[in-house]
Design a protein around this ligand. Structure first.
Ligand SMILES: [Zn+2]
Length: 235
């Protein structure tokens, strides 16, 4: 079905800017003495980055909320048993979010959208460290050993952004664009309740490539400037 042919590939390029400090954690649970309790995820050379999977997870979550509000029936990841791949008989019955972002289960479906890992455009010299107080969620009181340190990328840091979408229907592309806009008004990463994680996506170009392009028969279509703005506004 959709993956048998390459009809159209859309490459969305630009930057992600941290408007407020950004904490994308490693998800580690064990902490050694003297370490930052909640470090940011870094590359082997110590630079912070945003894994494509983190960005995809946030964009998918916003897409699900928007689609539901718009009256669509949408399954409930991340529990595989609750996803279309487990609950539906064929991919034709999958919800719009599984069609865009993929589904696991008895019937698995690959994502039509790839989010590349995002790296800083310039070397990040210093990371912020903030101290927080851990609250016992059940009692609503300050927990034992309550102080912790959270690391974050400073506001103003810019990261690369590349999203590649294949064979998307008009409706699917609209939802993807709407979800990207919604993430900007929500947050990315941890500690959003203390104001972390506000980000801005700056889309600088959109390229459309077909099978004919790769065979050297057609030119790619590059959108920038006013045309790009119209494309981004088409929701
Ligand atoms: Zn689904």
């Amino acid at each position: 079905m959709v993956f048998e042919k390459l009809e159209k590939r859309i490459i969305i390029s630009g930057t992600i800017e941290a408007v407020t400090p950004l904490h994308i954690g490693s998800g580690r649970s064990e902490i050694e003495v003297g370490e930052v309790d909640l470090p940011v995820l870094t590359t082997p050379d110590g630079q912070p980055y945003i894994p494509g999977s983190s960005l995809k997870g946030r964009v998918r979550a916003e897409a699900e909320r928007i689609a539901r509000q718009n009256g669509a029936e949408v399954c409930k990841p991340p529990d595989v048993k609750e996803m279309c791949g487990s609950k539906k008989q064929s991919t034709d019955e999958f919800c719009i979010c599984c069609r865009i972002f993929g589904s696991a289960g008895n019937i698995s479906l690959a994502s039509k959208v790839k989010f590349r890992d995002s790296y800083p455009l310039e070397k990040v010299e210093t990371l912020l460290e903030r101290t927080g107080i851990a609250i016992d969620r059940e009692k609503g009181t300050v927990a034992k050993g309550a102080l912790y340190t959270i690391q974050a990328v400073p506001a103003g840091t810019k990261f690369s952004l590349e999203i590649v979408a294949e064979n998307m229907s008009g409706e699917e592309l609209k939802l993807l664009k709407a979800a990207l806009k919604s993430v900007q008004d929500s947050a990315l990463g941890g500690s959003s309740t203390r104001g972390f994680g506000k980000v801005k996506f700056v889309i600088e170009s959109v390229r459309e490539r077909t099978a004919g392009y790769y065979l050297g028969k057609e030119n790619e279509k590059i959108m920038a400037g006013a045309e790009l703005q119209r494309w981004l506004d088409m929701i």
